[in-house]
Design a protein. Structure first.
Length: 278
């Protein structure tokens, strides 16, 4: 029996990458034999057209771009699964939940259930995968993501640096909790204008982003809510969080209570002492 794969809450790059790695050996080279859409609102575009274009095609690659999971089909088209806030993917779910929005079936018998309590997630067919990927900013763990490229993304921007990190057109895949962790590691207040960072601060932030994401992937994601691994165990990335979701806890570096501030309607956790807004 294939174990169940859960992802819910706020999946970011490490969680989606964990899903990609779990799905790849199961789906690669298999044909998409079924696509049952139970809630048409989850499909971007025409659901019938999605079925016509995708059914019967082999999965040529299981990709991730930022927070997007992508099934590249033979022939060049692709299916994009974007989990957003409350989406989850389940393998071979024993019972159908009323939250199941779509079911993808494959030639080896694998079934992938797209659950979404709030219907914020989406499924879409894309004709040009490369063009779709170019809409997003650089992958923070790629060779193309350098201190210079990060500096160019931030230069001249008056928005808070936390908001800049959440802009998927500037950096792909970084979300709320990992942005908080990276800013803490870099010693930067979330409200500092992005364009005000000097070269040394940009260097620290670049190092922190990569370190935080790599550490989270190694821990197979953060189980803040109900995210768990294919074997049913939870990811442990949250165990090493310094500030994210830690309001009131002592800072691991100086002991000051972690505080929370709103940045563009997103709660941001930081240490008032280690991340002073000078």
């Amino acid at each position: 029996m294939t174990p169940v794969l859960h992802l819910s809450g706020m999946p970011e790059l490490p969680e989606v990458e964990t899903i990609r790695r779990a799905l790849e050996p199961l789906l690669l080279g298999e044909r998409l034999t079924g696509l049952e859409v139970l809630d048409a609102r989850i499909v971007q575009g025409d659901a019938a057209q999605l079925r016509v274009e995708a059914l019967g095609r082999r999965i040529a690659e299981v990709m991730r771009r930022g927070k997007h999971l992508m099934l590249l089909l033979e022939g060049g088209k692709g299916i994009v699964l974007h989990l957003r806030m409350t989406g989850s993917l389940l393998l071979n779910e024993p019972e159908r939940s009323p939250r199941v929005r779509a079911i993808l079936s494959f030639s080896n018998g694998t079934q992938l259930f797209f659950n979404d309590m709030r219907r914020l997630g989406t499924i879409a067919l894309i004709n040009d995968v490369e063009a779709y990927c170019l809409r997003l900013g650089p992958e923070p763990l790629s060779e193309g993501f350098t201190t210079d490229s990060l500096a160019r993304c931030l230069a001249g921007r008056r928005i808070p640096v936390k908001a800049a990190l959440l802009d998927q057109h500037l950096v792909a895949g970084v979300g709320n909790m990992y942005a908080d962790e990276a800013l803490f590691q870099a010693g930067l207040h979330p409200l500092i204008p992005a364009g005000d960072l000097h070269s040394g601060q940009v260097q620290r932030l670049w190092i922190a982003i990569r370190a935080v994401l790599e550490r989270a992937i190694a821990s197979q994601g953060a189980s803040i809510n109900t995210y768990c691994l294919p074997n049913g165990q939870k990811g442990s990335a949250h165990d090493s969080f310094s500030v994210a979701h830690k309001k009131g806890d002592p800072c691991p570096a100086c002991g000051t209570p972690i505080d929370r501030v709103m940045v563009r309607k997103r709660g941001s956790y930081y240490c008032p002492e280690c991340q002073r807004h000078s």
